[in-house]
Design a protein around this ligand. Sequence first.
Ligand code: 4AD
Ligand code: MG
Length: 464
Amino acid sequence: MKRTKVIDALQSTDFGRNIIVKGWVRTHRSSKAVDFIALNDGSTINNIQVVVDPTTVDADMLKSITTGACLCVTGTLVESQGQGQTVEIQCREIEVYGLCASDYPMQKKGQSFEYMRQHAHLRLRTNTFGAVMRIRHHMAIAIHKYFHDHGFYYFNTPLITASDAEGAGQMFQVTTKNLYRLEKDENGKIKYEDDFFGKMTSLTVSGQLEGELGATALGQIYTFGPTFRAENSNTPRHLAEFWMIEPEVAFIDMNDLMDLEEDFIKYCVKWALDNCKDDLAFLNKMIDKTLLERLQGILKDSFVRLPYTEGVKILEEAVKNGKKFEFPVSWGMDLASEHERYLVEEYFKKPVIMSDYPKEIKAFYMKINEDGKTVQGTDVLFPQIGEIIGGSVREENYEKLMGEIEERHIPMKDMWWYLDTRKYGTCPHGGFGLGFERLILFVTGMQNIRDVIPFPRTPKSAEF
Ligand code: 4AD
Ligand code: MG
C-alpha cells in the first residue's frame, strides 16, 4: 500500500479506509487508556492525529516515541471524536523509522528565532519554518506563472562575471589562484592573466546588464536567480546571498514600468492569499496578527506615485512641523529608512513608488531626464520592509551613457559588449529588480530576512 500524504488524508472523507501515513512526531500525549500522537510530514501545516490503543502495541516502543521521532503508521481513517480535527487515524501498527535523541534542539515550543538560526538545519521541521518555506515555494511558482502568462521569457544570466553591474564595488571575488603564493607584477598588481578565466572575476550582484541583452533581442525577459553582495550590512533586511527577480522590457516607459511593478507585486500577494491559506492563517495567529489585513490592504489601494523632489518637500514640511529624524533631509541625499518609513507608514499609509531621483545617488545606467539632474529610476517602498523593488528606464543613448561611465570612472574594457546594445539598433527599454526575500518577508510577516531563506549567508556567517 502506498503512503497517503497528511494533506490528502486530512481532506479525505473515505472513512473506514486502511491507510499508511509517514512523518515526524510533533507531540505525544499518553494516558492509561489511549495515546495521541500528532504526526506531520511537511505537506501541510496541519498534523494528523494518530490514536493508539496502548494494549495493541509494544509498551517500550510506544514509550520511546518522543517529539521529533520519525514513524510509519498503518491504521484506519476515521471521523474524529475529539475537537480540533475532522479526521484521525485509529492506529493498528507503528514502525519506528528513527527515534529522536532527548537533546533534540527543536522539541521545546516558543524558542527564539535567534536560537533557531543556530540550528537552521533542524528549524525547517518547526511549524513556522515549514509555513515560511511552503510560502516561499508558492511565491516562486507565482513569479514564473506571472511572467510566462504575460509573454516574458525566462532568461538565465551568469553568476560568474567580470563586470560590476551596480558599480558599487560590493563583489565577492572568484579565483583559483593560490592565495598563499600570490604573484604580482612590477607595479604590485596581481596578475590575472594566468587565473582561471584569464581576468579578474566575481560573483554577480545583478543579472541586469545581461538581461538587457536578452530584452533587446527577445522583447521581454525575466531572470530569477541568486545574487551576491559583499556589503557589510548587518541588518534584518540584507543578505550576502539573496535571490532576485529581474524583468527587462524593450519599448517600456516610466509609466508602464511602474504599472508593471505594481501589477506584479499585487499578483504575487493575491497568489499567496489564494494558495497559502493554512500557512498564512498560522502566521497571522502566531507571528503577526495584522498580516492578513495588511496583505488584503495592498490589493485594495493604488500605490502612491511620488517623484523624489515631492517626497523631499513632504519630509522638509514634516520637519518644520516638529517631526524629528535622526538624519537631516535635503534635496540630493539618499533617503534614510526613517524617511522612507515616514512617507509609507505615517504620511500615505500605503506603498509608495518613488521616482526621478538625483542622478548622483543612482546607478550609471539610468536614463537621464531633460533637467539633466534627475534620472528615471523607481524604488517601490513597502510598509515595514522599505525598498522592495529598484528599477529604471535605461539610458539608451550611446553618448549620454558613455558620459556617465566616464564621469564615474567605470572600467570601459569590461563594458564593450554592453555598449554594443546602444550602437546596434538601440531601443528604449527598462526593468526592475525585486528582492525575493524581501517579498517573502512582507508576505509572511516575519521580521528578519535570515528567517525567510533556508540557509542565510551574512557577514561572519556561512554555516550549513
Ligand atoms: O536596487 P538594487 O540594487 O537594483 C538592482 O540590482 C538593479 N540591477 C535591478 C534592476 O533594475 N534590474 O536591488 C534590487 C532589489 C532591492 O530593491 C532589494 O529588494 C533587493 O534587490 N536587495 C537585497 N535583498 C536582500 N539583501 C540585499 N543585500 C539586497 N540588496 C538588494
Ligand atoms: Mg536599490
